[in-house]
Design a protein around this ligand. Sequence first.
Ligand code: ZN
Length: 347
Amino acid sequence: MQIKRFATCCLLLGALLCGCAPKEETPFFQMRGVVLAWDDVIHPETIDWMKIMKETGMNTISICGHRYDDEEYAQMKQKWIDAGFDFEYEEHAMSFLLPRDLFATHPEYFRMDENGERKADGNGCPSCQEGLEVMMSNVEGFAKTHMPSNHRYYTWLFDGGDICHCPSCKDLSASDQGLIFENHIIKALRAFDPEAKLAHLAYHTTTPAPTKVKPEEGIFLEFAPFYRSWAEPLSKRDAIRPGLPFGWTHGDYLDMLKANLEWFGTEDSQVLEYWMDVSLVSDWKKPQKELTFHKDVFEDDLKTYASLGIKNITGYGVWIDDYYTKTFGFPEWVYDYGRGLRDFKNE
Ligand SMILES: [Zn+2]
């Protein structure tokens, strides 16, 4: 018995030494990401995101809430890249690409409200060719301070902003209008980064799939089910988070996701989720409320997304700080999230 055990050990050791030990499987999800804020990553004594991400095989990070042209930010970005992570900028960018100060001289670049008045409070007019060209001319400058390490760019529309109701735009949905901007932005991006890809964010008014405008090459779907419930899985079609705009059930969300995947293709499609978003459960007000991480819901959702062919997943993990950990304890579920993404098997 002893000899047998010794022999087995020798065999295992031999296998390891000659490099023929069983190889680790490649995870199903290619992007296993998290979107954080600056304050979340500068206190590793409270929560060490780099350690958590390394230990659980997460591979992509986006950090918002700090000046991107700042030296301190550049150093932080390099630290993550040097550690082997992909670094990107998930952000609303319309105010950068179409600066509001242009409104004084060129109101026609900006959206028209339902009363026929141009407004500088939201998105531009996607039927104004000159405005689109101005926007494109600002893309390279934008990329200088938002250069991702993975060629995936995000220039989300003005958050919650209304769309253009001018005579030329009035029959285009928010999703179609957004896609017109994105189709121009991707062309400007590819002029200096031929591998550039750009997200079409399906969120809020742009959640329904476009019906008129086709995506240019390089546009990928980013689906963010902001008004869903995280207490129940997306697969439960009649689930709903009541009292919210649109009144969408999970079934509505699934139908819109499928329509979007048909429009944009599943290749490169991505989900932006909120399973770990402490800011959302706190209604974006501090002091924070406790987040309940429903591991069963998260795991079921991964099955749903995988079954539709989505291989890129990221999500907000913001506002876990000293107050949060002292009040509610360390949120061990951050490990559940990372491991869940890494260890998922599409069976
Ligand atoms: Zn318009």
